[in-house]
Design a protein around this ligand. Sequence first.
Ligand SMILES: [Zn+2]
Length: 329
Amino acid sequence: MRRLEAHPHRDPLGTPRVSASFDGTPSTRSTVWGSLAPRSKMHTIAKRAMSSTAFDLDHAYTRAAALITRAQGLIIAAGAGMGVDSGLPDFRGPQGFWSEYPALGRAGIRFEAIASPDAFRSDPELAWGFYGHRLKLYRETPPHAGFVILQQIARQLPRQSFVFTSNIDGQFQKSGYDDAHVLECHGSIHYLQCLENCTDSILPSTAVEPIIDANRCRMLNALPQCPSCLGLARPNVLMFGDWEWNAARTEAQESRLDAWLSGIEQAVVIEIGAGTAIATVRRFAEARRFALVRINPREPRVHRTQDVGIPVGAREGIEGIARALGIPH
Ligand SMILES: [Zn+2]
């Protein structure tokens, strides 16, 4: 049996407060640290206490599998952590972001500043240097095996699955998901809109072939143009301070999700790699009336007894659930 002996969020003393498992099951031996014992016995008791508070991954996978087996369909709610096992950056904090884009770090430009319509207005080559680099990266990066395994899990269920993701990278579609069953709540980098929103049109960015000077974070070739006003085009993604984002494509996806949900009595939400800093995916996952399986190596805690928290990375968590379901991968 595989056990996770420690978790970064747990108090190193293993106090009773944290002895409850992430799936809400209280530990029956959690008061051992509060008892007085002869000094010679402390080591033994300490070891027993650690064992009683250790997280049982196999048990969590078994519970997740039981929830999935009873469901008609799967809602996959994914955040930036989903792409980490493919080698994609998740931009955690300014230092994490600047290590990926050193030119922006040298200039002291934060993620929130470059990911904004103002950046496209004040320095379009720099803004497109950032987004063009990401467009190339997402096109060139194959999705990790967890994406396909999730589809194998979904195929076991009568209504299969629907994806809700804050990722703009298009990795679900790239791995074979039906585009009609994906909701990209922050839009997609694979589509363009007019910077000034002169038209309702949203166009695929397939014709954009960015040539990027990564040392300077600049796009060197001609910048994408709005076909209507011939002004600058930008990615159809929701940025910071973004009043011009054209949400039409995402709204159409929301309608498709509503239609899919309308025929479903019992589903299960598998939330993967969704952080608390920008909590759109977490809020979506927790707002459902369905049971939740939360795969997250840093913030796995869940709040209802029916839910399951699994404190590992995306690919490992998906593989563990597939194993518990007896799905070969
Ligand atoms: Zn325009």
